[in-house]
Design a protein around this ligand. Structure first.
Ligand code: ATP
Ligand code: MG
Length: 429
């Protein structure tokens, strides 16, 4: 196969017979987000490279190794978004959204790009649902965003995901933790990978997130952040846990979670599945109280998360969750001969205007082939119009499940009468 008919490595097509699965999940995400007061934010697929370097953090894997960065013809360096938070923060600042009152609650459904080694659950183009809540330092907000993720999973009837939470402190208490980490990891300088060696000075906490087996083994014995939290962070973390209990959300404190992006403070969390292999984190997020300031805005405590839609679908598949199939075609109208075909065309337009789906032949098939097609698309009703039907101005509509036939006039009332018939059949089901 030549390159023209081969997709780029690490990308996937969602084919027409599969897309209803995505739409089902996305609709639930939109509905749940709306219940929690979040509105959709759409930002461009590419941004100035500098935004991600500063927003995501230049010691992160994402910025160091994974970005799709290129120069435009005008000589500007731009990057395909590797995640949604930085672009959302940029939009917040650019449009002064804080003027509209706090908190600001936004969600996005978007594609992301990371140059990673493609494998199950790890793509170069993938999709995220994410939320951002700006302008609140209350632990209630932490519990609220986690609860929105939890409601989505519950609506999707996902059972094999568990929530792990941690606090990674704030600029007050983290330096002490960094110091302890530096001391600990310095003992292992000869064994750490090249990337972690550079992190040792700049951002030793990142070493805890390294995927290399040697580094992660060493990291197991490292000091734990929970022993270094200042009083405010400790209190915040305790309150988040309290609100989660009130919301009836099960969780486990896991002091090894640090998250892969630099902007996090205080609460971090992941929803993890044991069922889909090593790419088990379906949703990750937390608080980023310093992010907006870091990008040149005011101090604006904020938080959010992103979930990977491909991984979510994998978990659902693994659990055998059945996604309701899309509604089939309500009526297939076959026309025999030019005049009848024109009439069929007119009638399907009218049925569609009434809010139902309808199809007729558009490829020039004979009657038998048309009825086979009607069967294939699962049409609930069918109708054949020929010269006789045209003369009498009425035709029989057949219920494909029961075989029952009903005569309807082929005039302006057809679509409404068919709709009533269709509704009665749905009701009988
Ligand atoms: P991982 O540790 O698996 O690399 P991450 O920490 O890089 O994940 P985030 O940046 O927090 O992930 O992204 C949030 C979610 O997006 C992840 O939990 C995952 O579900 C999804 N995700 C991240 N990278 C990919 C990818 N390359 N392919 C598919 N989904 C991804
Ligand atoms: Mg990653």
């Amino acid at each position: 196969m030549g390159v023209i008919t081969k997709k780029i490595k690490g990308t996937e097509d969602v084919l027409p017979k599969q897309s209803y699965r995505w739409q089902f999940v996305e609709n639930i995400m939109r509905e749940e987000a709306a219940k929690f007061g979040f509105k959709e934010l759409r930002t461009p697929v590419f941004e100035h490279t500098e935004l991600f370097a500063r927003g995501v953090g230049d010691t992160t894997d994402v910025v160091q190794k994974e970005m799709y960065t290129f120069d435009t013809k005008g000589g500007e360096s731009v990057t395909l978004r590797p995640e949604g938070t930085a672009g959302a923060a940029r939009a917040l600042l650019e449009h002064s959204l804080t003027n509209e009152g706090l908190p600001i609650k936004a969600y996005y459904l978007t594609s992301c790009y990371r140059y990673e080694k493609p494998q199950a659950g790890r793509l170069r183009e993938f999709h995220q649902f994410g939320i951002e809540e700006y302008g609140t330092s209350s632990p209630l907000a932490d519990a609220e965003v986690i609860s929105l993720a939890d409601s989505i999973f519950k609506r999707l009837q996902i059972e094999n995901l568990h929530l792990e939470i941690n606090s990674i402190g704030c600029p007050e208490c983290r330096p002490n933790f960094h110091k302890a980490l530096k001391e600990y990891f310095s003992e292992y300088k000869d064994e750490l990978c090249g990337t972690c060696l550079t992190r040792l000075d700049k951002n030793p906490m990142r070493i805890l997130d390294c995927k290399s087996p040697v580094c992660s083994k060493i990291a197991e014995g490292a000091p734990k952040i929970t022993d270094f939290l200042c009083e405010e962070c400790r209190d915040h973390f305790a309150q988040v846990q309290n609100y989660l209990r009130i919301a009836g959300i099960d969780f486990k404190v896991n002091p090894t979670i640090v998250r892969g992006l630099d902007y996090y403070t205080k609460t971090v969390f992941e929803f993890v599945s044991d069922a889909i292999g090593s790419q088990g984190t379906v949703c990750g997020g937390g608080r980023y109280d310093g992010l907006i300031e870091q990008l040149g805005g005011q101090h604006l405590p904020s938080l959010g998360y992103a979930m990977g839609i491909e991984r979510l679908l994998m978990v659902m598949d693994n659990q055998g969750i059945e996604i309701p199939a899309p509604a089939p075609c309500a009526i297939y109208i076959a026309g025999l001969g030019d005049n009848a075909q024109t009439k069929a065309f007119e009638l399907i337009q009218a049925v569609r205007s009434c809010g139902l789906s309808a199809e007729t032949d558009v490829v020039g098939r004979g009657l038998r082939a048309q009825m086979k097609y009607a069967d294939k698309i699962g049409a609930q009703f069918s109708m054949v119009i020929g010269d006789n039907e045209l003369d009498e101005n009425k035709a029989k509509v057949k219920n494909m499940t029961t075989g029952e036939q009903t005569e309807l006039p082929l005039d302006e009332s057809f679509a409404e009468q068919f709709r009533a018939l269709h509704m009665a059949a749905e009701f009988a089901d």
